[in-house]
Design a protein around this ligand. Structure first.
Ligand code: NAP
Ligand code: MG
Length: 381
């Protein structure tokens, strides 16, 4: 069988722990036998980030600007424990934070639904996609631990020297304060404008202005609607809905709500995640982390049953987008085929333990990490 050719490389960002193990298995079993895979490889594993003083993370984001499409493995965001474990020079920042700040944009997260894995919220019949605004807010905020009594103020000094001042709070004892920022750009939104009358309200206004000016007619034509509501009302409505819509969230709301949605749809490993930048760059990843607990078992030589679906879908998403941009129909068709083979494998009863525990299917064959990937490969041949 001749392999599918690629014209432009994908930016490949390798990662850490159990997902790094899955990454290699996916390439060896599901990609390399079928595609003449072209990638520009960046090792974002923590050891290499430490060796390069995190330069490799910046380089990988710049490469994404050059080529347009990246696929990323989950990576460790170091904390105090990781400082010792990896003997780090510094507590390097979250690679996702660094990459998102360079590429800008919105993270879309959608559950991967499959027969036999039903959402815990029984009303949900269709996937709920979270669109998470990936810039600013608490992720670029500054914070002060207030040591004692005093006045906290928010001060803006214009280039011409004009000052705008707002009292945050007159403290009579210790406390905490936080300053957040964002910049004007086009996006959709649902938030807490009744309490945050300027910060959140600005987003609400931008959504409405852009919707009225650019999207209203197209929405009417398509028979869909734009709906604004308070974030707490949105949460209540989502639980009672049937699903089947995109939920636009502020950065932090999207972080938290996407984990809630993926867990309720079955497993953290059953959710796709893609960063879409307004400049036309795309970065595909799994929404979950490096699955540390499974990795330690793997290191001890014990068997693991880690679900590779989200990582496989990060690859298929990137390959399909690369194919679309290059007019490479064969590559796009392969991405479809690999996704179908993955879902068919689960629907036929072969799945990892996280799904086996919750499936409504009978005669389930719970397999280990490697067996699951090999079962998918069998269907591709
Ligand atoms: P995690 O890796 O998402 O895992 C949390 C738990 O969820 C696991 O212990 C496992 O539960 C379950 N799980 C997640 N993915 C699974 C999969 N593919 N198959 C089966 N079960 C899965 O989160 P974490 O343990 O809190 O974080 C570990 C590291 O990942 C941290 O260093 C963190 O910085 C990093 N992280 C990276 C990203 C990213 O790069 N996008 C995102 C989040 C976290 P059981 O143990 O019960 O089986
Ligand atoms: Mg999260």
């Amino acid at each position: 069988m001749s392999k599918i050719q690629m014209t432009t490389p994908l930016v490949e960002m390798d990662g850490d722990e159990m997902t790094r193990i899955l990454w290699k298995m996916i390439k060896d079993e599901l990609l390399l036998p079928f595609i003449d895979l072209k990638t520009e490889y960046y090792d974002l594993g923590l050891e290499h980030r430490n060796e390069t003083n995190d330069q490799v993370t910046f380089d990988s984001a710049e490469a994404t600007k050059k080529y347009g499409v990246a696929v990323k493995c989950a990576t460790i965001t170091p904390n105090a424990a990781r400082m010792d474990e990896y003997d780090l020079k510094e507590m390097w920042k979250s690679p996702n934070g660094t990459i998102r700040a360079i590429l800008d944009g919105t993270v879309f997260r959608a559950p991967i639904t499959v027969k036999g894995i039903e959402p815990t919220v029984s009303k949900w019949k269709k996937p709920i996609t979270i669109a998470r605004h990936a810039y600013g807010d608490v992720y670029k905020g500054v914070e002060i631990k207030v040591p004692g009594a005093g006045k906290a103020e928010l001060v803006f000094t214009g280039e011409d020297g004009t000052e705008i001042r707002e009292t945050i709070h007159d403290f009579d004892g210790p406390g905490v304060i936080q300053g957040m920022h964002n910049i004007k750009q086009d996006l959709w939104f649902a938030t807490k404008d009744t309490i945050s009358k300027k910060y959140d309200h600005t987003f609400k206004d931008i959504f409405q202005e852009i919707f009225d000016a650019e999207y209203k007619e197209k929405f009417d034509e398509a028979g869909i609607e734009y709906f604004y509501t308070l974030i707490d009302d949105a949460v209540a409505r989502v639980m009672k809905s049937e699903g089947g819509f995109i939920w636009a969230c502020k950065n932090y709301d999207g972080d938290v709500m996407s984990d809630m949605i993926s867990s309720a749809f079955g497993s953290l490993a059953m959710m796709t995640s893609v960063l879409v930048s307004p400049h036309g760059y795309y970065e595909y990843e799994a929404a979950h982390g490096t699955v540390q607990r499974h990795y330690y078992k793997h290191l001890k030589g014990e068997e693991t049953s880690t679900n590779s679906v989200a990582t496989i879908f990060a690859w298929t998403g990137a390959l399909r987008k690369r194919g679309e941009l290059d007019g490479n129909k064969e590559l796009m068709a392969f991405a479809d085929k690999l996704e179908k083979a993955t879902l068919d494998t689960i629907e036929s009863g072969t799945m990892t333990k996280d799904l086996a525990l919750i499936t409504t299917l009978e005669n389930v064959n719970a397999v280990n990490s490697e067996e699951f990937i090999k079962a998918i490969a069998e269907r591709l041949k």
